[in-house]
Design a protein around this ligand. Structure first.
Ligand code: SPV
Ligand code: MG
Length: 544
């Protein structure tokens, strides 16, 4: 069969063709999605969903300890990641004719091309464990099961393979033939004749007597040394390599586990096992990336975040003896983690944190950590200057002690201006802060989205009332980055640069005539500056 053929025809049809073709065909065991993919990539045209291997990968016995729905679920994972047909080893059909009917329906729904059932009694035991002691099903009962399965299939090409266990259970060729013939008449699409002898004699004798009455399937696990040409000459249709993926996986894992345990190091093993990238490839990570480009680009931001978190923070007594305030826990996780999670939720994954005081205690994952070594004697702009290498044409600058509702970041990143600051119009009377904002217009709550420009950020001056309070978030886009870099560079030349904060930078931008847009919000954020704030932060995060 050509590879292009394998991609176009239905899987059921392909399995039927494999069974009926004059060629000797091969299918290989798989027991989960990744092994199914490996089998397909190796070039096999079909998969044997082995009962032994699927039970083994669950770590249970091949005695119907895994439920049939668990087995079908594994099949579904395999079908999802492959295109070639899957023949399920359906044991005894997991019950009587009625269970068989439901099994066939479910397999068709999950994309499985066929099922093989064996003439034993539920719960079965693997054929290689005390086979002689295993009772066989009554022939008529088993024929009824085959017929029920055939009558339930919606797709004419779905295949039911009847497996004859007579030779396993110590019966002779005549009994095996009697059974096989009855199963063929009951509607089986092929006969699997199983043997546990180390030589293929029984199989060859059976095949010769069978004389191509219907396709024959074999499992040469025990007579593995038989040259494949012998099977071809005997007119076998399909060979099942029944358990070789689980067995090779087990040997590889046993070796790797022992070595890692012994060496207490990965150094020896690393180059001898699949790379993590290879796992990603088998999982189809590329496809997801391409799909994200197509469907998710509006959400997946190229925006970067730069977070200033260098100070110890005043007013937390000995809580900040060993960590900066951004590492104080709020609702079980550090303040900084809340902020980082907010950025990540918004698709902002490149997050640079400029730390200073007790920077070694910052163990938040998923950030790039820079350290302002001069943190004790310098201010926010010195910290920002440490991060100029991380500046981009699309970035958000943030204080590290902020908590805000998700929509604030969403609206800010949706804003198209070159520089935008978020101002809370609710906090006009706050005299504790030097972050009060004077703007081109007051927020009357009806001007949502209209252009408002920043005039200055400062402490209350007693003359003109401010329009709100800058919350510590700035969005910078496109040419805004150049304005910012140039202005920051100019401020660096000032002798008092070490004392300057972000408001000084914003004011300098305004003074130079660069439009700094204002995005008004009305509450829904807080900064953590005191033990009291720490308390309110707990309930705030619970509600975001
Ligand atoms: C299986 O792979 O689970 C089989 C084949 O049924 S055997 O283990 O040989 O019985
Ligand atoms: Mg089995």
């Amino acid at each position: 069969m050509t590879d292009s053929a394998t991609t176009q025809i239905r899987r059921t049809t392909r399995l039927r063709q494999m069974l009926q073709s004059a060629e000797l065909e091969f299918i290989c065991e798989a027991h989960n999605g990744i092994s199914a993919r490996i089998v397909e990539e190796a070039g096999f045209h079909g998969i044997w969903a082995s009962g032994l291997a699927i039970s083994a990968q669950f770590g249970v016995r091949d005695n119907n300890e895994a439920s049939w729905t668990q087995v079908v679920e594994v099949c579904e994972f395999m079908a999802d990641v492959t295109r070639i047909p899957i023949l399920l080893d359906g044991d005894t059909g997991y019950g009587n004719f009625n269970n068989m009917r439901r099994l066939v329906k479910k397999l068709e729904q999950r994309g499985v091309a066929g099922v093989c059932i064996e003439d034993k009694i539920f719960p079965k035991t693997n054929s290689f464990i005390a086979g002689e002691r295993q009772p066989l099903a009554e022939v008529n009962e088993f024929c009824g099961k085959i017929a029920a399965g055939k009558d339930s299939q919606g797709d004419d090409d779905f295949c039911i393979v009847a497996r004859v266990e007579a030779l396993i259970a110590g019966w002779d060729i005549a009994e095996a033939l009697r059974r096989a013939e009855a199963y063929r008449r009951a509607g089986a699409d092929a006969i699997l004749i199983h043997s546990k002898l180390a030589r293929p004699d029984q199989i060859l004798e059976f095949a010769s007597e069978w004389a191509n009455r219907s396709p024959l399937v074999i499992v040469p696990t025990k007579y593995y040394s038989t040259p494949t040409e012998v099977f071809r000459k005997a007119n076998i249709s399909l060979v099942i390599w029944a358990n070789h993926m689980i067995r090779s996986a087990v040997s590889a894992m046993q070796k790797a586990a022992a070595e890692i345990h012994r060496e207490q190091s990965l150094i020896e093993i690393e180059d001898r096992i699949a790379t993590v990238d290879e796992i990603f490839r088998l999982q189809g990570a590329d496809e997801l990336e391409a799909a994200e480009e197509r469907y998710f680009s509006s959400l997946r931001d190229d925006t970067k975040a730069i977070v200033l978190a260098a100070t110890r923070g005043e007013g937390f007594a000995n809580l900040t003896d060993d960590r900066p305030k951004v590492m104080l826990p709020i609702g079980g996780k550090p303040l900084l983690r809340h902020l980082v999670d907010k950025f990540k939720k918004r698709g902002i994954d490149e997050i640079t944190v400029v730390a200073g005081y007790k920077s070694e205690s910052i163990d938040v994952q998923g950030i790039r950590l820079l350290v302002n070594q001069e943190h004790a004697s310098t201010g926010e702009l010195s910290s920002l200057a440490c991060a100029t290498g991380e500046f981009s044409d699309d970035m958000v600058l943030s204080y590290g002690d902020l908590l805000f509702r998700s929509y604030i970041l969403r609206d800010l990143t949706g804003h198209k201006a070159a520089i935008t600051v978020v101002v809370d119009s609710k906090q006009r009377d706050n005299r504790q802060t030097a972050d009060l904002a004077w703007c081109s217009q007051a927020d009357d709550r009806s001007m949502w989205g209209q252009a408002v420009l920043l005039r200055k950020i400062a402490a209350a001056d007693g003359d003109t009332p401010p329009h709100g309070r800058w919350i510590g978030l700035v969005r910078v886009r496109g040419e805004g980055r150049q304005w910012l870099e140039r202005t920051l560079g100019e401020l660096q030349a000032r002798p008092d640069f070490a004392q300057l904060g972000l408001p000084d930078l914003l004011n300098a931008l305004v003074e130079r005539g660069h439009p700094v847009h204002v995005w008004y919000v009305n509450g829904h954020w807080l900064d953590v500056n005191s033990l009291k704030d720490l308390e309110s932060a707990g309930s705030f995060t619970a509600g975001t």
